[in-house]
Ligand binder design. Structure first.
Ligand SMILES: [Zn+2]
Length: 244
């Protein structure tokens, strides 16, 4: 049956002389599909079956087999991302993370957050902030969400003094020992990141210090709690260190 599904191509591999197999992150999960003849110079599929094509895919879906791509309507060229190696690295990492979570959990709800994040980065919003917002929201799907409601040690809501990635979130005055004290702005902003709907963000007025604090917090938290090791993350860290 021919069906239309929205998604982004996350990988392409050669298949035979003239065809490719592509993997697409879609609203319905990851789809593997053959793009027949797509390596041919005159194939209408040629330019629309490349990595990070975002579009509506017309596919013949097959149970337990590779689907077949019929045609593709591009939704957004993502041209601002594609001309910047740093932004491409963010796109790679966020796509990789989405792929891993969908694969591990079968969760597809993350799709909308994924697309919203990519579009905001393409619109020119700070990729560190958008990526961190995405990562923070993604933690819930991994089952290791940050505690931003009460003290992570004693569960008492009042007198929150800082946040700590090793403890798992908020920390109160009573439980404090020698953790780094983050300023109130950082603590508030972390909660804003978690609550904000990505599609509604139009501009970001956040100080560099707060952005860096939160980025560091989330990186440590990911290392500590997710068990994920993604090459695309490593590459992103290397490339952003170089351009700092
Ligand atoms: Zn406490």
């Amino acid at each position: 049956m021919l069906t239309e599904v929205q998604g982004i191509i996350i990988s392409e591999t050669n298949y035979g002389e003239t065809s490719k197999i592509i993997n697409i992150i879609t609203k319905d999960g990851i789809i593997g599909a053959i793009a027949k003849g797509s390596k041919g110079l005159k194939s209408p599929l040629r330019s629309y079956t490349q990595k990070f094509t975002f579009g509506n895919f017309w596919v013949y879906k097959k149970e337990n087999k590779l689907s077949i791509i019929k045609s593709v309507d591009v939704i957004n060229e993502l041209s601002n991302i594609k001309k910047d190696i740093v932004l491409i690295s963010y796109l790679s990492y966020i796509s990789d993370l989405t792929h891993q979570i969908m694969k591990q959990t079968g969760e597809t709800e993350l799709y909308n957050i994924y697309i919203d994040s990519i579009l905001k980065i393409n619109e020119g919003l700070n990729p560190i902030v958008i990526c961190n917002i995405f990562e923070l929201k993604a933690l819930d799907y991994l089952g290791v969400g940050i505690n931003l409601h009460s003290c992570s040690k004693c569960d008492i809501c009042t007198d929150i003094i800082t946040i700590d990635p090793d403890i798992g979130g908020y920390l109160c005055k009573k439980c404090y020992t020698n953790e780094i004290i983050y300023d109130e702005k950082t603590i508030k902003m972390l909660r804003m990141y978690y609550l904000v709907e990505i599609s509604t963000i139009s501009d970001l007025k956040i100080s560099k210090e707060v952005i860096n604090n939160i980025n560091k917090f989330i990186n440590t938290y990911y290392d500590r709690y997710t068990g994920l090791y993604l090459k695309s993350k490593k590459f992103l860290e290397e490339i952003t260190n170089q351009t700092d």
